[in-house]
Ligand binder design. Structure first.
Ligand SMILES: NC(=O)c1ccc[n+]([C@@H]2O[C@H](COP(=O)([O-])OP(=O)(O)OC[C@H]3O[C@@H](n4cnc5c(N)ncnc54)[C@H](O)[C@@H]3O)[C@@H](O)[C@H]2O)c1
Length: 357
């Protein structure tokens, strides 16, 4: 299999490491205009062939079935390279957030479909973790009864990409390059997890807000216009009814560090810690009129890291195997829900996203 990495920065290294864990041997190609990024990439992966531009790389040899291009550039440079890769006959796995706008995402899907290529999103980085699989299993068993609400909150006091995390990549802080702040950076994983658990048929964002808490570490010499704290209330329409979702995410907050997911139904509730917390899942039910709590045994943990997962899910999908990949219309729908959070925060009016349309 051949893997074409567009961008040779931090995340491209992780995709190359994931490729080494695949069953089949992988030939690596990489394109990045930065000499420093190419040099560092080749030092870590000496067998790779490096190019200055994606166009040069994609035109360097004819496409073969099973070729995969990974778009690993800042979001402002997702759509163009993704479309070019699909036009060249490569399946495209795009980093999160999928694009800068809904129009860009739709155009990426249109071009991929027109050329018979799969479009996947790296929003699936946290899919397949034991705690989420345990939640899905209990939910499917019916043990929770009619499920009506989900609280999904992860707040970190100081974890902003471009400041506390990966400070060299300042583009995270400029919405004209990143598409937005924590909703574009962490929201894709949250939305992808919510879709995996709840399998909605429609999503309505009924209220939303975004904020940029001020800190002594805020840069003043560059554009810094991205939110680092956001929240939304959403109605997930599912085959079994409405699930009301209270969502909150912070990469900077003056509040306490807090991470909690709780799914409530008429017969029981599940509580777990989102992210790759490795914390247990708790099932609470009623026993003779009293609350009863037990720990749900999760499936065995595999040796994959969260950084391996997007590529491995996507490779399985390209091979036609069952996978947790987020593909095509589903990937665009998840992204539409995230953009809807900004729209509702700006207008104060609810927005509805149909799944599959
Ligand atoms: N860093 C992380 O931990 C992380 C985690 C998950 C996802 N991501 C996502 O991965 C993407 C890239 O982030 P990163 O952290 O690797 O950024 P980075 O700043 O480390 O690297 C980005 C690289 O892209 C290159 N580039 C820019 N335009 C290009 C183009 N047109 N063609 C080829 N290369 C180009 C830059 O020269 C740079 O080397 C973003 O969408 C980000 O959200 C990053």
């Amino acid at each position: 299999m051949r893997l074409y990495l567009i961008g040779a920065g931090a995340i491209a290294h992780t995709h190359a490491e994931a490729a080494a864990k695949l069953r089949e041997p992988v030939e690596l190609r990489v394109a990045d205009p930065s000499d420093a990024a190419r040099t560092a990439f080749l030092a870590a992966h000496p067998s790779a062939r490096a190019f200055r531009t994606a166009e040069e790389m994609l035109a360097s040899e004819p496409a073969a079935p099973g070729d995969i291009a990974v778009v690993a550039t800042p979001p402002a440079f997702h759509s163009g390279p993704a479309r070019a890769a699909a036009r060249s006959g490569r399946n495209v796995l795009c980093e999160k957030p999928l694009a800068m706008s809904v129009a860009e995402a739709e155009e990426m899907l249109r071009v991929a479909t027109e050329h018979g290529m799969l479009l996947g999103s790296c929003s699936t980085r946290f899919r397949g973790l034991p705690h989420t699989e345990a939640v899905k299993r209990v939910l499917a068993s019916g043990a929770l009864g009619d499920v009506y609400s989900l609280t999904f909150v992860t707040k970190w006091p100081r974890s902003r990409a471009g400041i506390e995390y990966q400070p060299a990549s300042r583009w995270f802080l400029d919405s004209s390059q990143s598409g937005g702040g924590v909703v574009m950076d962490w929201g894709p994983y949250d939305m992808s997890t919510l879709f995996d658990i709840l399998r909605p048929t429609a999503v309505e964002v009924t209220d939303a807000w975004i904020a940029q808490p001020k800190t002594g570490a805020d840069p003043t010499d560059i554009v810094f216009d991205t939110e680092s704290h956001a929240g939304a209330t959403l109605r997930f329409g599912t085959a079994d009814g409405i699930v009301h979702v209270a969502f909150e995410r912070a990469s900077a907050t003056h509040g306490e560090e807090f991470a909690r997911a709780e799914l409530s139904g008429t017969l029981g509730s599940l509580r777990w810690t989102p992210f790759d917390s490795q914390q247990p899942v708790h099932l609470r039910t009623d026993r003779d009129g009293e609350p009863h709590e037990e720990v749900v045994e999760p499936p065995e943990r595999d040796d994959l890291t969260i950084f391996d997962r997007p590529l491995l899910h996507f490779v399985a999908a390209v091979a036609g195997e069952p996978s947790l990949a987020s593909l095509g219309r589903d990937a665009v729908t998840e992204f539409r829900c995230l953009r809807a959070i900004y729209e509702v925060a700006a207008t104060g009016r609810p927005a509805r996203v149909e799944v599959g349309g």
